[in-house]
Design a protein around this ligand. Structure first.
Ligand SMILES: *[C@@H]1O[C@H](CO)[C@@H](O)[C@H](O)[C@H]1NC(C)=O
Ligand SMILES: *[C@@H]1O[C@H](CO)[C@@H](O)[C@H](O)[C@H]1NC(C)=O
Ligand SMILES: [Ca+2]
Length: 351
């Protein structure tokens, strides 16, 4: 049904020029983008309009309902004052597209407010779709609101998004959800198999982690194994133990995982290891010694033979080594630990 003046918005030449030069898009595509934008602008205006209706619904009329109030309330309800209040808040001042659209079509909104809103209560439908023709009904797209691929009832069979859906832009083609593929989002993507398929519905479910492609849910239903998996005697895809081939460096150990593996650094106390921690060392690193199956730090400061030989020098045990430092009150000078010189400020006594 068509109602009201149905003039198409005039394509502003400036906007088209901007679109072509700034976005570097072919003019055809650009017009489609502009039509999509126009619809979302219109949708925004209608949302704000409805918000404005809600915000002004009880305006100035708290408390009891006297006869006077009821009369005035119903007068305000469809008054020009209320309409103006709502229209004032339809766009943020910085929103050029919105302000432009409201300015261009304000008469339509007024006409709807005073004459048509009882007959056409859905402002979005009346204004955006049927009157200024910047949007389409859900499930349709393009200048003539054609049905999306897969039909307007369930565009893309409910398994994807129809390009331009609900706008005067787009081309109606489907971008399918990751599980689905094909022009109509009925086929299963690689890694998914069909669990339901009839004329109108298609449901695809993820294969087992081991499969690249499959016909069912288990690792025996794989057509091809995913990388990192291999077919065994029972034709099931199973994890490859990459670690069996010792792929890691000398200071690393290998960790096998489902479908993959990784190389991890050995503990600092090890030279070579078979796993995480100081209890998995092949050999202990220098400064460490095996103690209860673990490579533990040697306390060089506690060896029978003194390691820090200089006078006034203390030994400090560190992980994998030790340090020789001057004792408190002594400082390093020319390779020796000398008593610290306490410096006194010269005292001036001028009296
Ligand atoms: C197709 O499957 C869906 C989902 O199970 C079902 O609702 C629908 O009735 C089926 N249609 C036909 C034609 O069998
Ligand atoms: C110092 O030596 C002891 C051995 O008695 C050791 O347990 C400790 O962890 C070592 N290292 C440090 C940094 O304290
Ligand atoms: Ca593996």
């Amino acid at each position: 049904m068509r109602s009201g003046p149905a003039a198409r918005p005039a394509r502003a030449p400036l906007a088209v020029a901007l679109c072509v030069t700034l976005l570097m898009l072919p003019p055809g595509l650009c017009a489609g983008e502009r039509r999509r934008l126009a619809c979302s602008t219109c949708r925004g205006i209608v949302d704000r309009f409805n918000q404005g209706l809600a915000d002004t619904a009880k305006k100035n009329f708290g408390g009891g309902n006297t006869a006077w109030e009821e009369k005035t309330l119903s007068k305000y309800e469809s008054s020009e004052i209320r309409l103006v209040e709502i229209i004032e808040k339809l766009c943020d001042s910085s929103n050029f597209e919105c302000n432009n659209m409201v300015e261009e079509y304000e008469e339509h909104i007024e006409k709807w407010w005073f004459k048509l809103k009882k007959k056409y209560p859905d402002l979005f439908k009346w204004f955006c779709i049927e009157t200024i023709e910047v949007c389409c009904p859900a499930g349709t797209y393009g200048p003539d609101c054609l049905a999306c691929h897969g039909g307007s009832e369930r565009p893309c069979h409910g398994n994807g998004h129809c390009d331009g859906d609900g706008t005067r832009g787009g081309d109606g083609t489907c971008s399918c959800n990751k599980e689905y593929t094909g022009d109509f989002c009925l086929d299963c993507s690689n890694g998914y198999y069909s669990t339901l398929r009839n004329e109108t519905h298609s449901v695809c479910t993820a294969c087992h982690a081991a499969c690249k492609t499959c016909t069912g849910s288990s690792n025996k239903d794989c057509q091809d194994c995913k990388e990192g998996w291999i077919k065994n005697e029972e034709a099931a895809c199973v994890d490859i133990d990459e670690c069996a081939a010792s792929p890691c460096k000398d200071h690393q150990y290998c960790l096998n995982t489902d479908g993959s593996f990784s190389c991890k650094a050995c503990d600092a106390s090890c030279i070579g290891c078979t796993g995480e921690g100081s209890d998995k060392c092949k050999i202990c690193a220098s400064g460490y010694t095996k103690e209860d199956e673990r490579c533990t730090d040697i306390d060089e400061c506690n060896l029978p033979e003194k390691v820090c030989m200089k006078e006034n020098q203390d030994c400090v045990n560190t992980s994998g080594s030790y340090k020789c430092v001057c004792s408190e009150g002594f400082e390093e000078k020319d390779g020796a630990c000398l008593q610290m010189q306490v410096k006194y400020l010269p005292v001036t006594d001028d009296e």
